[in-house]
Design a protein around this ligand. Structure first.
Ligand code: SF4
Length: 371
């Protein structure tokens, strides 16, 4: 797999999706049989993946099975939950204890790990030893909203690999600089992003949005640039991505990325399952058999519109979904299925940035030109 590639799989069978991407990527060629492989999920707190906070254990299980199939003997799943929460509880609640027992893999609570001092452009940073020692590190973040940094995905997931006192210090340091800097020290070899139902607004979950998608990539900067775009954010709004790029961690150039997409997220959304702000934004939508990916992307765009104080400009409900296919009617529609609307945005599904521009009566094409 090349450094500028992103493999995206849409769908609702995450195990099959992950299996297919791993097979397609041919990453087994870069993992020696005697390697010690580390897997770093996001278990920010003891909440199941259905809340949008944590990495689905099913995805990690698929990666473990893949590694075993290619002959890897030593596999360690490692994580340190956020300050104030117990990683051990998260391992239990999120199904990782059971997985480790069943598959015979090691679990390390990085809160209890020893650490060492590493130099960075932000000065000395303390980093846990376990992720530094492995021969191959697989970063498995959740693509989700974050209350301070806007989004969190690959780059920020490495913050789970530092001691708690250092996590507190990162906040005093303004978060963005040290998040970028720690990625010059901890360099994952592979990134598998869980974007099945990451939280719309908050890293701690509670507002999951069914996106039905996973990504496989190698460059954390490219991964996060893609995640930001998917969630309707521009790179200028997420400083740590640009800082990491300047530090040589990777490239945010999506235009030159080789993006391959597999599958289709055709599962129909059930709006009654939405919670919190996702449910509130759903009040602005008239959906008719909308695919989860399409609806989720619209929710991300509505959230951005809300943050800009422009939700009040939506004076009629937005139409979305396959139920509108072939029909002709007045109003605003999102996606190819609503091409019969008097005003419709094409795409299947359209991107969040394009939806945002469209809802603001700006040129949606400008969203991709801003990459
Ligand atoms: S445009 Fe229609 S088919 Fe395409 S993702 Fe949206 S709802 Fe699904």
């Amino acid at each position: 797999m090349k450094i500028n590639e992103i493999l995206i799989h849409h769908g609702d069978d995450m195990k099959e999706m992950a299996k297919r991407l791993l097979k397609y990527s041919k990453v087994e060629k870069e993992i020696g049989k005697d390697f010690h492989v580390g897997i770093k999920p996001n278990l920010v707190e003891a909440k199941p993946a259905s809340t949008g906070a944590t990495t689905h254990v099913e995805l990690v299980e698929t990666v473990v099975d893949f590694l075993k199939e290619i002959g890897i003997q030593k596999i360690t799943i490692m994580e340190g939950s956020w300050v104030g929460d117990s990683t051990e509880d998260a391992f239990l609640v999120c199904g990782y204890k059971k997985l480790a027992q069943e598959k015979g893999v090691e679990l390390i609570d990085l809160k209890t790990d020893s650490y060492e001092t590493k130099k960075s452009h932000e000065g000395d940073l303390e980093v846990c030893k376990a992720p530094l020692k492995v021969d191959y590190l697989i970063n498995m973040p959740v693509m989700k909203g974050h209350c301070q940094t806007g989004i969190t995905c690959a780059l920020k997931n490495m913050k789970g690999c530092i001691p708690d006192f250092e996590k507190r210090r990162y906040h005093q340091m303004g978060l963005h600089g040290p998040i970028a800097a720690v990625n010059t020290i901890l360099k994952p070899d592979l990134i598998l992003v869980d974007a099945m139902n990451g939280d719309l607004t908050y890293e701690g979950g509670g507002t999951p949005v069914p996106m039905d998608r996973i990504f496989l990539a190698k460059d954390p900067v490219l991964t996060d640039a893609w995640a930001a775009k998917t969630m309707g954010w521009s790179l200028d709004e997420i400083p740590y991505i640009r800082i990491a790029e300047k530090l040589g961690v990777g490239s945010s150039n999506i235009r030159d990325a080789v993006i391959s997409e597999f599958g289709k997220a055709t599962r129909k959304i059930d709006p009654t399952t939405l919670r919190g702000e996702a449910k509130d934004y759903g009040e602005f939508v008239d959906e008719g058999d909308a695919c989860s990916a399409c609806y989720a992307t619209l929710l991300y765009a509505l959230k951005r519109l809300d943050e800009e104080g422009k939700l009040v400009t939506i004076v009629e409900n937005i139409k979305i979904g396959q139920g509108y296919k072939g029909l002709s009617f007045p109003g605003i529609g999102i996606g190819d299925c609503t091409s019969g609307c008097s005003k419709s945005l094409s795409g299947c599904p359209p991107e969040a940035g394009a939806i945002l521009k469209f809802l603001k009566n700006e040129d949606p094409k400008a969203a991709s030109e801003e990459e």
